[in-house]
Design a protein around this ligand. Structure first.
Ligand code: PLP
Length: 283
């Protein structure tokens, strides 16, 4: 399979990563996940903008223009022949040899990689929803940076898996933030509540799209912190991310929200989101 390796598209077997690469040593890097449908990326500009924003928040210089990155990603799509799938674009701060916590000299080039996999939309799961658990948000205080050091996220995801759930809904002192790998929203009396952007959550690209859909459909969106009590009291709960789109939550711990038909607002958003995909990427 072809992959992006710095400014080139090469066979995966040709990629060489130094053991002293800072991504490997410190988790010092950023990434993006972008979905393609029908051989077209969805929300590519928004993802590239967030990649640049994450880089600037950690003072990492991207030695490529946005146009060059888009061009590389488009070439990857063509050369892999993937129709519908996900690309993981990752950039680390390059090599610190010998190992040194300090940022390296500006002359040290970052390491860029991009891998693409075919993944179909999981319409079945999107209609059935996912089971979740609630657990403490144990991550750091800069969750707005899409960084590759994901230990906090994977630990809570693993906890969800051990408890037979697909996703972990996180809270800080009783305030719901987001999930291990998605944003979360609740619906109460026809209004949608979700945590405001800031340092405690990742500003989701999927959220930007579903918020526009909600506006068109006439559902007010309230971006204010809400509590665990609000979560348990919600009419509907859904998660959102590039890979799972708008995903109903059917269970929180042992609390079953629905066992057949997901909530009306969630399903309306899911349908409108698909419409946005089709508008950008075709049917
Ligand atoms: N929050 C976290 C922690 C995530 O990992 C993700 C996506 O991977 C999201 C939110 C949703 O972001 P997006 O909609 O841009 O995929």
């Amino acid at each position: 399979m072809k992959v992006i390796w710095n400014s080139e598209i090469v066979e995966r077997s040709e990629v060489r990563i130094d053991p002293e690469d800072r991504g490997y040593q410190f988790g010092d890097g950023i990434y993006e996940v972008i979905r393609a449908y029908n051989k077209q990326y969805f929300c590519l500009d928004e993802h590239i903008d967030r990649f640049y924003s994450s880089a600037s928040k950690i003072e990492m210089h991207i030695p490529y223009s946005k146009e060059e990155l888009k061009e590389l990603l488009n070439r990857l799509l063509v050369e892999t022949g993937v129709h519908t799938g996900n690309v993981y674009l990752q950039m680390t701060r390059g090599i610190s040899s010998p190992r040194n916590h300090m940022y390296p000299d500006a002359a040290v080039l970052p390491m860029l990689t991009g891998t693409m996999t075919s993944v179909e939309r999981d319409a079945d799961q999107m209609s059935k929803g996912i089971a979740t658990i609630v657990t403490e948000d144990i991550r750091w205080l800069k969750c707005d940076i899409k960084m590759i050091s994901l230990l906090g996220n994977i630990m809570v995801k693993h906890e969800a898996h051990k408890r037979n759930a697909e996703e972990a809904i996180l809270h800080r002192d009783g305030i719901v933030t987001e999930c291990s790998s998605s944003n979360v929203a609740i619906v109460k009396d026809g209004k949608i509540w979700t945590h405001p952007d800031g340092n405690l959550i990742l500003p989701g690209i999927t959220k930007i799209v579903w918020k526009k859909c909600a506006e068109k459909l006439g559902y007010p969106v309230i971006e204010k912190p809400f509590s665990l009590d609000d979560l348990y009291d919600a009419d509907e709960v859904f998660c959102s991310s590039t890979t799972i789109e708008v995903m109903p939550v059917c269970k929180i711990g042992n609390n079953v929200l629905f066992d057949q038909v997901p909530g009306q607002v969630t399903m309306a958003l899911q349908k409108a989101y698909l419409h946005e995909i089709e508008k950008q990427c075709g049917k």
